[in-house]
Design a protein around this ligand. Structure first.
Ligand code: ATP
Ligand code: MN
Length: 251
């Protein structure tokens, strides 16, 4: 009918406009219609007012800046369903009581993954860990607080010269302890997923984080501890993965 045709026309205009936006067009050319529909919905719901440029093109997701509600800048993480290595993702969803019965349909796995990232961000926040505030999730798209300034995205720990590695270590160690206390293991923690914003360190990229009940939770925790201890060791603050793990588990 008429209303549906009007809606289709508006959506097509939106898609073409996005595809032709200078900063967006390279990666956006690979987005499928359902992804454009998700972005369109986020615009209609006022979570996104205007798209900015790309921050990162990762293995599974692209991250963009955008203008959000009330003149705030937001980060928009778009998972590419076709690029996603979903057999890898399955391993993180298996054994998570929050995501039982998802099956192995690739699209469903990715959609569950995005909702998991949103839920994990909230859980981490409630536990007192600084993470980007999750704002909205729509299909394979996550909108969250932007960490950075007009000058650019907040730097990863891997990109900064830590003045005081010991203090930074104590902060990260406390985050890991609080996450664990809230029943979560990050699972991909390293200097690449720790961001400096203002005077604080933030944890990002919680999509793969699992609950402590997950069959591989301890293995993931050990790996996180090794990554973090190795990084701070290179920064001149000698710590072992074992000490770190003991601190985290000593609640
Ligand atoms: P990778 O495969 O490179 O780890 P990813 O797909 O797992 O990427 P993230 O780690 O969540 O995605 O984000 C990729 C990069 O985008 C981060 O290293 C960071 O620099 C930037 N980024 C992500 N989220 C935000 C945010 N909320 N604010 C500012 N920058 C962000
Ligand atoms: Mn990452």
């Amino acid at each position: 009918d008429k209303i549906a045709r009007q809606r289709d026309r508006e959506f097509n205009e939106f898609r073409e406009r996005i595809k032709n936006t200078e900063q967006f067009k390279v990666e956006a050319s690979v987005f499928d219609d359902a992804t454009f529909a998700a972005l369109y919905k986020l615009v209609q719901d006022d979570y996104i007012v205007a798209f900015g440029g790309p921050i990162s093109t990762g293995k599974e997701a692209n991250v963009y800046t955008a203008l959000g509600a009330e003149d705030t800048e937001v980060a928009v993480k778009v998972y590419r369903i076709n690029a996603s290595d979903f057999t890898d993702m399955r391993g993180y969803l298996d054994g998570d009581p929050r995501f039982q019965g998802i099956g192995s349909d690739k699209k469903k796995v990715v959609l569950a993954w995005v909702r998991k990232e949103f839920a994990n961000l909230n859980r981490a926040r409630q536990a007192g860990v600084l993470v980007p505030e999750p704002i909205a999730v729509e299909r394979n798209v996550l909108v969250m607080e932007y960490l950075g300034t007009d000058e650019g995205r907040g730097k990863r720990l891997s990109e900064v010269n830590l003045e005081n590695p010991e203090t930074a270590y104590e902060v990260v160690r406390e985050y890991m302890r609080r996450l664990h206390g809230a029943g979560l293991v990050h699972g991909d923690l390293s200097e690449y997923n720790l961001i400096v914003h203002g005077d604080e360190i933030y944890v990002i990229d919680l999509g793969q984080a699992v609950t402590v009940h997950h069959p591989n939770a301890e293995e993931f925790l050990d790996r996180d501890c090794e990554n973090v201890a190795a990084f701070f060791g290179r920064q001149g603050h000698d710590v072992t993965a074992d000490e770190l793990k003991a601190y985290i588990l000593d609640q």
